[in-house]
Design a protein around this ligand. Structure first.
Ligand code: SAM
Length: 279
């Protein structure tokens, strides 16, 4: 409500010439510029991009001429346009893929979170993983990040960007906002979408707004940093992006020789349980 009032006021003030039309900052280009400062060229390197969607970052990555650029996105048959409420499946190979000028390009359909151990091994290891706008679409974020860690070569670089919780009571803490319930009648009975039962959770009026049914967890900035450290990432640095109110965060992180932290309050020492390692 307040947001749409602000939008209307801005529109009117722009029309009257009181405000200059606002050009939304392209934070993805800013993240890419940060990458080029860390790695001016990708020649001879293996790159994995997760969730390319529109291929804009794939074009940018291809311009740095890596030896290979592997793009992985969720199988098209499972992608639905939830905003328009109409199910529109994507082409298997997006049209922009054909315009990528890179001999070593490949497009794979798969959910990185649920690839089998054999499928993960078949991918090999990468010098760079580019993963923007993806983490918060995944209900097991720690496991997701550990998979990226395992897919990197020692010394490999992760560029991660994600949406964050906007909940005023949570955003400054080391915690995750669970976007739930989406509606009060939300738990599906078996396969039948028409049979819904009520959630036991009362909706939180401060819950971060989201109309996307594929967002289930929104972390705070501290939670993202904690997960990266727990997985074993080192040299974790924030990339400044022009997004107001800390709604998103971008980071670079490196995999060193450290295999990540373990958890266990009993059993053998050192503990065999690496945090997030669940292949
Ligand atoms: C919001 S879009 C982000 C697109 C682009 N990377 C960006 O920064 O704007 C999220 C994309 O990630 C894909 N995605 C989400 N989870 C994934 C997973 N576990 N494995 C592979 N792709 C995933 C989605 O299908 C979608 O194309």
């Amino acid at each position: 409500m307040i947001r749409s009032l602000k939008k209307t006021a801005r529109f009117l003030l722009e029309k009257l010439g009181v405000l200059t039309p606002y050009d939304p900052p392209n934070y993805r280009a800013v993240v890419f510029d940060a990458l080029t400062r860390l790695k001016p060229t990708l020649q001879g390197q293996r790159v994995l991009e997760i969730g390319p969607k529109d291929g804009k970052d794939s074009q940018r990555l291809a311009s740095l001429q890596p030896e290979s650029l592997t793009l992985m996105d969720i199988p098209a048959d499972y992608t639905i346009n939830v905003i328009s409420a109409s199910r529109t499946s994507r082409e298997k190979l997006p049209t922009w893929f054909h315009t990528l000028d890179l001999p070593g390009k490949s497009y794979l359909e798969g959910n990185i979170l649920y690839l089998t151990p054999d499928e993960l091994t078949a991918l090999g290891h990468f010098d760079l993983i580019w993963c923007t706008g993806v983490l918060y679409h995944n209900p097991e974020p720690l496991r997701f990040l550990k998979r990226l860690f395992l897919l990197l070569q020692p010394g490999g670089l992760l560029i991660l960007e994600t949406s964050l919780t906007r909940h005023p009571g949570l955003k400054n803490y080391n915690c995750v906002e669970i976007i739930w319930p989406k509606t009060q009648l939300c738990l599906r009975v078996g396969e039948d979408d028409n049979q819904l039962i009520p959630s036991k959770i009362v909706p939180d009026s401060m819950q971060s707004l989201t109309t996307q049914s594929n967002v289930s967890h929104l972390p705070s900035a501290k939670a993202v940093l904690s997960w990266l450290e727990m997985c074993g990432f080192q040299e974790i640095n924030e990339i400044a992006i022009p997004v107001p109110d800390y709604k998103r965060i971008a980071l670079s992180a490196r995999k060193g020789d450290f295999p990540g932290y373990t958890y266990s309050n009993r059993g053998p020492k050192p503990s065999p349980y690496l945090i997030g390692d669940s292949l």
